[in-house]
Design a protein around this ligand. Structure first.
Ligand SMILES: Nc1nc2c(c(=O)[nH]1)N[C@H]1C(S)=C(S)[C@@H](COP(=O)(O)O)O[C@H]1N2
Ligand SMILES: [Mo]
Length: 326
């Protein structure tokens, strides 16, 4: 049975991208106040400051680990997407199928108390809570993000390279892939009551992709913890792949020797392949991928970059693999 992916919505609630310099200046301001990069448990002072200026839809979160922006990923070469846009125009099918549903339906959604379960081909199964993950080295990185529907955004993620987490696990040598599973709770997630989809959401990466320096376990965005619609409390970000390769609200990570299935490949096999690397030359069966639209702009007129511009860091992993398999 095949399902039709909803076509992209070109409607925009309002315009806008925040120039990188504005965000940087805010950071500098917070730093000058002694708040930048130091979000104290229970106060949220720096966050409140930031939130007021950006007309945030999301609440400041207490207990955020200290972080600094990684200088290697401080500038994605284009303006930051406005926070209020990145958190109101979402794909999170668990909470509805239109772009504005998740911000409404995932309000107040949480997976507390949270643990990420790690199992499969490992010497010992493990569980990590957010503190344990963030203690591995919490940092901020600005990445370009490209959805397969041809819209894109530029956001400051807070997280830990997934590699650092995997290095804490006794992964058996036979393991070649990592499979991710999102939460399952149809009572809280109306989309999961729609039986056309193979819930819970699941995704997978080759082990070298999961270990690549760019791959992040993300727990925050715009200087605060992930709000419900953005995949609270933890999502995977793989910036050279289409957005669906990064599952939200992940609860389990399983090491395996076989290529894992994926939610979208199982739903529409002809349209969504395992690798799903961003490639302007490989069209989606229903539209070209040559151009993209920055969230906040009206026109789809920006050239798509191969590997979303991260080829230097990732192209070597795909030597000898035909682009059509992407
Ligand atoms: N669990 C889950 N993860 C998901 C999705 C989803 O529907 N469910 N959508 C994916 C898609 S298609 C995209 S583009 C991004 C969207 O992330 P954003 O809403 O924060 O922009 O999340 C990805 N991860
Ligand atoms: Mo997407």
């Amino acid at each position: 049975m095949a399902y039709i992916l909803k076509r992209p919505e070109w409607y925009l609630p309002k315009s806008a991208a925040t120039p990188e310099s504005v965000y940087q200046n805010r950071r500098a301001f917070l730093k000058a106040m002694g708040l930048g990069g130091m979000m104290l448990a229970g106060t949220g002072a720096g966050l409140g400051c930031l939130a007021q200026e950006t007309v945030s839809e999301t609440k400041p979160t207490a207990g955020l680990a200290a972080f600094t922006r990684n200088p290697d990923f401080a500038d994605a070469g284009r303006p930051l997407t406005e926070e209020s846009l990145a958190t109101t125009y979402n794909n999170f099918y668990e909470f509805g199928f239109s772009k504005t549903d998740p911000a409404k339906n995932a309000q107040g959604f949480s997976l507390d108390p949270y643990t990420l379960k790690v199992d499969g081909l490992v010497g010992e199964e493990m569980e990590f809570d957010l503190d344990a993950i963030e203690a591995l080295g919490y940092e901020e990185r600005v990445y370009r993000f490209r959805c397969v529907e041809a819209w894109s955004m530029t956001v400051p993620w807070l997280g830990v390279p997934l590699r650092k987490l995997i290095e804490k696990v006794d992964v058996k040598p036979e393991a070649k892939y990592v499979a991710f599973k999102s939460f399952l709770d149809p009572e809280k997630a109306p989309g999961q009551r729609d039986g056309r989809y193979p819930w819970p959401y699941f995704e997978g990466l080759r082990l070298d992709e999961a270990m690549n320096e760019l791959t992040l376990a993300v727990t925050g965005i715009y200087g605060k913890r992930l709000p419900g619609q953005s995949g609270t409390p933890l999502r995977i970000i793989v910036p050279w792949k289409y957005g669906y390769k990064g599952p939200k609200s992940v609860v389990q990570m399983t090491f395996t020797d076989k290529q894992p299935g994926t939610f979208w490949n199982e739903s529409v096999p002809s349209e969504y392949k395992f690798f799903s690397n961003v490639d302007p030359q490989v069209s989606h069966p229903r539209w070209s991928q040559a151009l993209e639209r920055y969230l906040g702009e009206d026109k789809k007129d920006k050239p798509t970059q191969w590997y979303n511009g991260y080829g230097e860091q990732v192209a070597h992993m795909y030597d000898g693999i035909p682009r059509t398999l992407y």
